[in-house]
Ligand binder design. Sequence first.
Ligand code: ARG
Length: 256
Amino acid sequence: MKKTAKILVTLLVIAAMAFTLTACGGGSDKQQEEKIVFGTNAEFPPFEFVASEGVIGEFDGIDMAIADLIAKDNGMTAEISNMEFDSLLIALENGQVDAVIAGMTVTAERLEAVDFSTPYYLATQVMIVKEDSAIAKATDMADKKIAVIQGYTGEICVQDMGYSYTSFKKGTDAVMELVNGKADVVVIDSATASKYVSDNEGLKIVEDSEAFASEEYAIAVKKGNTELLDKINASIQKLLDEGTVAELADKYSVAE
Ligand code: ARG
């Protein structure tokens, strides 16, 4: 009996060692798995912008806080790779980044190239105009100088309406054009528009819910990367259920 017990203990010790070895196996791989590289374009307040002290290095905003919380929820750290908006989905396909969080609207065209997470924010396109502008609905833009941002859904909307427009690289550039009187209207996402209007004198927002549909922001991952997508979705669900996304939106957005 004593001998059997001894054998049993030995077996248990071996089993425990084997388990430990498995858990530690591939140490170098594990180090790579410990971070999620998020691609963004930090030119889109209040979702992502550069600040002196952001949530992730110099990067701050609603999306940056969400990225940080998703990584932490999975025992990982978030790293930000900042690039032009147009390069984000290519960087994802090339494997330069693991995920894209950029106030990015889910569209049928983008869904052909990447997979999207559960949406975490609802937005719509709006028009920013000078306070004394006569523009009151989207069709009033017909003969006006329209400014949009390259690759944004706002550009696609204006294109679909059949109006001619000028595209800019950054929201701030388009808004400066409006402030300087070189453009009559900027079409851009609602929360970002509010930010620009509060930061610049003499501007107002014009909404037209008949012309502009509602848009859903989601995180993009490489097509078929279900492992990361499942993790992201589980974390987003928690953040939505706990009201964290709403709190962040409040914290970073201007009081209306
Ligand atoms: N929601 C718009 C889109 O998906 C604009 C997003 C711009 N985001 C940014 N980080 N620059 O096209």
